[in-house]
Ligand binder design. Structure first.
Ligand code: BG6
Length: 503
């Protein structure tokens, strides 16, 4: 099969941030990697009035602004001449009539084979209506060509709304035409979890409750809500990060080996993990979760405002900007191994990591020595920003008296593989062109993710927080997050940035 299928990518919401920051740079990188067909084109659709030339000029300027490397004029020209624009209201049927005729012309011009991808980079309330109008305009029928729809996040705001959205989409599309994006799956290091676990013979035999004591997953951000107050006031950290990004990391860490890398084989195993996560009654869910909101503080030496003083945030907002959770997976592999998750804005460092702590060795040999404690080995998958893997071992500190120190064996992606320019969307866009949905979420997967957080949503809806703001910007979140772990004898591990800074 060709790695460069001809197609036209239609981006709804093309005047927005995602298009300029991620999608166009990703297309540029794909061209650079020679993964776009000559018979490729983009049609941006948005309300703003613009012609093709203005759209091209705008994106050229944006590319220059956001590029981290030198841009090749040749490649940029190649892409720019394939960019087109159609201005229109998403709720107006006429927009879709005009889109259909424009696509027909471009398809002829470019010989794109009638293959269209509709990328919905719009506000979520447009997802279902746009798909319905695409269907009515006859743009979703696959007849000797493909018609695919990419849906951005957030996919619903709870289990019920996700089910409704799935139902609405499936009135028009077949499941294999729907590509639900979770951009975390575009990250190389997230994809590497599977290769790391299943492409190496040494980990699988010890990857279970017999050897693993606990798993911690941290997705810490230094940024606040930036200009997204409107959205965040509706979402909060739980909805924004947990049913999607964090649970992706959980499922890839915890899943059984799939029988192949085919989309459904991988997604079947991920869904099984989600179904095996205990969903306790709301009261117990509240005990296994902690929410926080940042107050004013100092980050990198600069004062930063409290969440409640951010633009478009209510001065008495009770929306959480931090979440910590304890999840228990009731499977033969994981029963009784706690999975601790935490994520938050305005934390002390930007670090996403998966830390696997192994059970410690028996102490008996060290009983009559000055060593008073053996700590467990720790394997850390550094997802971002410094991608890599490290393994903590105990080693004898040289000297006449027996003592043990912790040493880290570190592998850094960039040292080995060099720097690869990536927005995280290249692989996702290319997979969609190729019809490979492995890195996209299936309907049942999205719903199972919402089902995991449903008891927490219910518990939090029943009782408003009384102590917000309860952490200082630039800290590691509220104290209660530490208490979530302490009864189990664990504490949050330092992330790579913190331990590096200490050295
Ligand atoms: C998005 C969330 O999905 O993911 C943001 O809406 C969050 O709030 C972002 O900042 C984190 O992604 P990344 O790739 O920047 O770590």
């Amino acid at each position: 099969m060709s790695t460069k299928p001809p197609c036209i990518l239609v981006i709804f919401g093309a005047a927005g941030d995602l298009t300029k920051r991620k999608l166009i740079p990703a297309l540029y990188n794909l061209k650079q990697a020679d993964l776009l067909a000559d018979n490729f084109a983009v049609v941006g659709v948005a309300r703003a009035e613009m012609n093709d030339e203005e759209f091209r000029r705008r994106l050229r300027d944006d590319m220059k602004e956001f590029a981290t490397e030198e841009i090749s004029e040749d490649l940029l020209n190649w892409l720019a001449e394939r960019l087109h624009y159609l201005s229109g209201d998403f709720s107006d049927d006429q927009t879709f009539v005009r889109l259909k005729s424009r696509l027909g012309e471009l398809d002829q011009e470019r010989s794109a084979g009638g293959n269209y991808i509709f990328y919905l980079a719009t506000a979520p309330q447009y997802f279902a209506p746009v798909v319905q109008k695409l269907g009515s305009a006859g743009l979703t029928n696959e007849d000797g060509h493909f018609r695919r729809v990419v849906i951005e996040k957030p996919f619903g705001s709870d289990l019920e709304s996700a089910k409704t959205l799935n139902r609405d989409l499936m009135k028009v599309l077949l499941e294999d035409q729907i590509y639900r994006i979770d951009h975390y799956l575009g990250k190389e290091t997230v994809q590497n979890i599977l290769v790391f676990r299943f492409g190496n013979g040494i980990f699988e035999p010890i990857w279970n409750r017999r050897y693993i004591d606990s798993v911690q997953i941290t997705a810490a951000e230094k940024v606040g809500v930036e200009q997204r107050g409107h959205y965040y006031e509706e979402a909060g950290a739980l909805r924004d990060m947990c049913p999607n990004h964090l649970l992706q990391l959980v499922t890839l860490t915890a899943m059984e080996p799939p029988v192949s890398f085919k989309a459904n084989a991988v997604r079947d195993e991920q869904v099984k993990v989600l179904h095996a996560i205990q969903c306790p009654p709301a009261e117990e869910a509240a005990r296994r979760s902690v929410r926080g909101q940042y107050g004013a503080g100092v980050l990198d030496g600069d004062p930063v405002p409290a969440y409640r003083s951010e633009p478009n945030v209510a001065p008495d907002s009770n929306v959480e900007t931090f979440v910590a959770l304890k999840l228990l997976i009731d499977s033969w592999r994981w029963a009784d191994v706690p999975f601790y998750l935490r994520t938050g804005k305005r934390l002390a460092a930007r670090d996403t990591e998966i830390e696997i702590t192994f059970k410690r060795a028996p102490f008996i040999l060290f009983r009559d020595t000055p060593v008073d404690e053996l700590t467990g080995n720790r394997l850390v998958l550094h997802i971002q920003p410094d991608e890599g893997v490290s393994l903590r071992l105990g080693a004898k500190i040289p000297g006449a008296i027996l003592s043990i120190g912790a040493v880290d064996m570190d592998f850094d992606y960039e040292d080995y593989f060099g720097h690869v320019s990536s927005t995280g969307y290249e692989r996702l866009l290319h997979d969609c062109m190729m019809g490979d949905a492995t890195l996209f979420q299936r309907a049942d997967q999205v719903e199972a993710g919402w089902a995991v957080v449903a008891p927490i949503q219910q518990a939090w809806a029943e009782s408003a927080p009384t102590d917000f703001p309860n952490y200082v910007a630039g800290s590691w979140g509220p104290k209660a997050a530490d208490e979530l772990l302490e009864p189990g004898g664990q504490k949050w591990e330092e992330t790579r940035h913190v331990s590096h800074r200490r050295k």
